[in-house]
Write a protein that binds this ligand. Structure first.
Ligand code: AP5
Length: 222
């Protein structure tokens, strides 16, 4: 495409559906998906220094120290594919200091999406969530069961998806959400994430399409 690449941030409580919507956004818009949770989990599995440092924080549902996460995000954003295809930043910034770090690096999105979902739904979504280690796809035992017995047999649960840990992740989210998102209030789009994933995506898709059109126009006239 000739239009300028999109730069999108997606935020929301644990299990609000960020990863699920990102799968759909990537399919339709081809952006580079940068999820700090996924990047950190990959470091843990690979047993790297970052992974070893992050593991205890993640497994107990606490935030990994800013400097670790920020260095990781900065490195990923500066790669050529993200510059060419545009990016979709998922799970970052999560604190005021992370948002400040991005400002210092002059990294700003075109649009800041917040998925809004009530607490009682979030707990159910986390406890039933399962991941396919082969494809990386996100499932839910009740809402999105696996397509085959073969996939079902290999699904894994995240160590931080127990009811107790979800509650503490939610607390931490609430403590930080306002400060982390304050720099983006003029480009924020709040979306009701409690509906079906298709309905949520319809709204996400229309915001991104509009944005893409307006960025194209700026390029043509400029
Ligand atoms: P991270 O992986 O980012 O976890 P999170 O923010 O808690 O978000 P989740 O991945 O739990 O949920 P999601 O919103 O992606 O929902 P999903 O689509 O999977 O972070 C994990 C940890 O890493 C943190 O706790 C922290 O330790 C560390 N970390 C990460 N970023 C950090 C940072 N910036 N700074 C410091 N530390 C950081 O959906 C959830 C479930 O619901 C699935 O089963 C799905 O199938 C189902 N579902 C989705 N949408 C719907 C729908 N519309 N209807 C019904 N079910 C649905």
């Amino acid at each position: 495409s000739t239009s300028e690449p999109l730069k999108i941030m997606i935020s929301g409580a644990p299990a609000s559906g960020k990863g699920t919507q990102c799968e759909l956004i990537v399919q339709k818009f081809g952006l580079v998906h940068i999820s700090t949770g996924d990047l950190l989990r990959a470091e843990v599995v690979a047993g790297t220094e970052i992974g070893n440092k992050a593991k205890e924080f993640m497994n107990s549902g606490r935030l990994v120290p800013d400097e670790i996460v920020t260095a990781m995000v900065a490195a990923r954003l500066s790669r050529e594919d993200a510059k060419q295809r545009g990016w979709l930043l998922d799970g970052y910034p999560r604190t005021f200091s992370q948002a400040e770090s991005l400002e210092k690096m002059q990294i700003r999105p075109d649009l800041y999406i917040v998925l809004d979902v009530p607490d009682e739904i979030l707990i159910d979504r986390c406890v039933g969530r399962r991941l396919d280690p082969v494809t990386g796809k996100i499932y839910h035992l009740k809402f999105f069961p696996p397509e085959s017995e073969e996939i079902k047999a290999r699904l894994v649960m995240r160590p931080d998806d127990t009811e107790e840990k979800v509650k503490s992740r939610l607390e931490i989210y609430k403590q930080n959400a306002e400060a982390a998102s304050s720099s983006y209030s003029n480009i924020t789009k709040k979306i009701d994430g409690s509906r079906s994933k298709e309905e949520v995506f319809k709204e996400v898709e229309s915001s991104l399409s509009q944005l893409q059109q307006s960025k194209g126009k700026i390029l043509k006239s400029g």
